[in-house]
Design a binder for this molecule. Structure first.
Ligand SMILES: *[C@@H]1O[C@H](CO)[C@@H](O)[C@H](O)[C@H]1NC(C)=O
Ligand SMILES: *[C@@H]1O[C@H](CO)[C@@H](O)[C@H](O)[C@H]1NC(C)=O
Ligand SMILES: *[C@@H]1O[C@H](CO)[C@@H](O)[C@H](O)[C@H]1NC(C)=O
Length: 113
C-alpha cells in the first residue's frame, strides 16, 4: 500500500514535470513592454525521428520577457535558449520534440522595451 502511494506520488510529480517542462517562461511582461515577436513555429512529426526548429530573433529593444508555449495536445516539446536572452537584443531558441514521431508546435512571444 505504502509502495503504491509512493509510486503514485512519483508518477504525479513526473507528470507534473512533464507538463511544465514544455513551456519556457522567462522574465515578466510589464506595462510599456512591447511585443517584439509573436509567431507560431511548427514541424510535422517524422516517423522514428525527433524534430527541432530554431527561432533566432534579433532586434533593437532590450528583451524583458520570453514565452514559448507548447501547443501540442500532449505537450511533448521542449524549448531552451541557445544564445542571447533577457536584457539583450537577441535570443536564439531551440524548439525540439522529446519523443520520436511527435510533431512540434510552439507559439513564441518576445517582449521588450
Ligand atoms: C497523445 O494523446 C493522444 C490522446 O490521449 C493519444 O492518443 C496519443 O497516443 C498521444 N501521443 C503520444 C505521442 O503520446
Ligand atoms: C540560430 O542560432 C543558433 C545558435 O544558437 C545557430 O546554430 C543557428 O544556425 C541559427 N540559425 C539561423 C537560421 O540563424
Ligand atoms: C535592459 O533592461 C534591464 C532591466 O530593466 C536593465 O537592467 C538593463 O540595463 C537594460 N539593458 C539595456 C542594454 O538597455
Amino acid at each position: 500500500m505504502a509502495k503504491l502511494l509512493v509510486a503514485c506520488v512519483i508518477l504525479t510529480v513526473a507528470l507534473f514535470g512533464l507538463i511544465h517542462a514544455s513551456d519556457l517562461i522567462l522574465g515578466t511582461i510589464n506595462t510599456g513592454d512591447r511585443i517584439l515577436y509573436s509567431q507560431v513555429t511548427t514541424a510535422p512529426g517524422i516517423p522514428g525521428g525527433l524534430v527541432s526548429r530554431a527561432v533566432n530573433y534579433t532586434g533593437i529593444y532590450n528583451i524583458t520577457a520570453i514565452r514559448a508555449y507548447d501547443r501540442t495536445f500532449n505537450r511533448t516539446g521542449q524549448a531552451h535558449i541557445t544564445g542571447g536572452g533577457l536584457y539583450q537584443r537577441y535570443v536564439n531558441l531551440a524548439l525540439q520534440t522529446r519523443f520520436v514521431g511527435n510533431a512540434l508546435d510552439y507559439l513564441v512571444e518576445i517582449y521588450g522595451r
